[in-house]
Design a protein around this ligand. Structure first.
Ligand SMILES: [Fe+2]
Length: 364
C-alpha cells in the first residue's frame, strides 16, 4: 500500500518539485498551497506523514503543528518541517514541535531519508503501542483470574475456620472477638490502616490450624500430657500452611506464626523473645489470651473480666509486651472492652488458679 504524504508549501514551484520527487519515490501526495488548505485537508484525511514548510504566510508551520498535536486522532501523525538554517535557536520557544526539522539547504536524498525514517519509526511506535495494549489486557485478565482464585480460596479458608469452630465449640466467636480487641489496641498504638487490616485478618485466622488437631486433645478435660501439648503447639504452623496460598494473606503469616511467642522467649513455635516477635503478633497474643481467659473452656470456667485484665498487667514483662499490655489495660479501664463483651459486668464464674491458664491454656 502507498504511503500518503501531505505536503504544505506556498511556493507553487517548490510544491511541484516536491510532489514529483515524492511520487517518484512511491508516495501518494496530498497538496496544500497554504496553512488554511492544510487544515481543511486534515479535517477529513489521515495522511501517514506531513511535510510542512515553516515559512508559510498566514497560518504557519508551527500553527499546523499545534492543531495536529492537540487533536488526539492526529497527534500521532509524524511531522517533518523544512526550516531555514537559523531556526534551531528559535524553535525552543515553540510548545508544539514537529517530529523532525530538515534544515535548508538539503538534498533530495536527505529529505527522502528523513521522511522514510519517520514513517518507519511511526510504524514501530504503532506496533509497540498495540503490543503494550495487548500486554495490559493480558495482565488485567490474569489479575482478574488471580483475584478470582484468591477470593475462592479465601472462602475455603473461612469454611475451614467455621469447621475449626464447629470442631471446638469453645472457640466459637473467639476469632472475631480477638480481632475486635486487637484492632482497638492497634488503633490506640497508632498502627496505619494496612497494619490494622493485617491484624484483623491474622486474628480471624490465627487458630484455623486447629482443624489439624485431634478433637480428643482439643476437648480434653484436665491437664494435657507433654505429647498432647506438642500436638497443640503445631497449630500456628498449620494455620500458616492454610493461609499462605492466598496472595494478600502472605503478609499476615508472621503474625499468625508467632501469636504464641512469649516476650521472655518461653513461647512457641520458635521461642522468639522481645523485638524478635512482630509487633502485631504481640498485640494478637494479648487479645487472644484475654478472650481465652474470659471464656469457658472444657477444663475450666471463665475468669472474671477484672481478674483477666489484672493477669495481663501482671504478666507484662514475662509473657507480654509491656507497652501493648499497658495500652490494653488502659482500654479496659476506659470501659472500651464493653463494646466487645457487653455481658462482662455480670460475669461471676471466675476462678483464681490462673497459673495454669497463662502458659498452659491450650485453647488460647
Ligand atoms: Fe492459637
Amino acid at each position: 500500500m502507498q504511503d500518503r504524504i501531505l505536503v504544505v508549501e506556498d511556493r507553487p514551484g517548490t510544491l511541484g518539485l516536491l510532489t514529483r520527487l515524492l511520487e517518484k519515490e512511491g508516495f501518494e501526495v496530498l497538496q496544500a498551497n497554504n496553512g488554511e488548505e492544510a487544515l481543511d485537508i486534515l479535517s477529513d484525511e489521515y495522511p501517514d506523514i506531513v511535510l510542512i514548510d515553516l515559512s508559510l504566510s498566514g497560518i504557519d508551520g508551527f500553527d499546523i503543528c499545534a492543531v495536529m498535536k492537540r487533536d488526539p486522532l492526529k497527534a500521532h501523525i509524524p511531522i517533518v518541517m523544512c526550516v531555514p538554517e537559523d531556526i534551531r535557536s528559535e524553535s525552543g520557544k515553540e510548545k508544539f514541535r514537529p517530529d523532525v526539522f530538515v534544515t535548508r539547504p538539503f538534498s533530495n536524498g536527505d529529505l527522502i531519508t528523513q521522511i522514510q525514517a519517520r514513517i518507519n519509526i511511526h510504524r514501530l511506535e504503532d506496533r509497540l503501542m498495540l503490543v503494550n495494549r495487548e500486554l495490559q489486557q493480558l495482565r488485567r485478565e490474569r489479575r482478574q483470574q488471580a483475584s478470582g482464585l484468591e477470593a475462592a480460596y479465601l472462602d475455603t479458608v473461612h469454611c475451614l475456620l467455621a469447621a475449626a469452630e464447629a470442631k471446638d465449640p469453645y472457640i466459637k466467636g473467639h476469632a472475631h472477638k480477638v480481632g475486635a480487641i486487637a484492632r482497638m489496641i492497634g488503633e490506640k498504638m497508632g498502627f496505619d490502616s494496612r497494619s490494622l487490616d493485617n491484624l484483623e485478618y491474622a486474628s480471624l485466622l490465627h487458630d484455623v490450624g486447629k482443624i489439624g488437631v485431634p478433637l480428643e486433645i482439643l476437648s480434653k478435660k484436665g491437664r494435657l500430657a507433654r505429647e498432647e501439648m506438642d500436638v497443640i503447639k503445631t497449630h500456628p504452623e498449620i494455620s500458616v500452611e492454610i493461609v499462605s496460598p492466598v496472595g494478600f494473606l502472605k503478609r499476615v503469616v508472621p503474625i499468625i506464626r508467632h501469636h504464641h511467642e512469649n516476650i521472655n522467649g518461653t513461647g512457641y513455635p520458635l521461642g522468639l523473645s522481645g523485638e524478635q516477635i512482630p509487633m502485631e503478633a504481640r498485640v494478637l497474643a494479648i487479645a487472644d489470651a484475654y478472650d481465652a481467659m474470659v471464656s469457658d473452656r472444657p477444663y475450666r470456667k471463665s475468669l472474671e473480666h477484672w481478674r483477666a485484665i489484672e493477669i495481663i498487667g501482671e504478666r507484662a514483662v514475662s509473657q507480654f509486651d509491656a507497652e501493648v499490655a499497658g495500652v490494653f489495660v488502659q482500654l479496659a479501664k476506659d470501659g472500651l472492652l464493653a463494646e466487645v463483651y457487653p455481658e462482662n459486668e455480670s460475669r461471676t464464674n471466675g476462678i483464681t488458679d490462673h497459673e495454669d491458664i497463662m502458659l498452659n491454656d491450650h485453647n488460647n
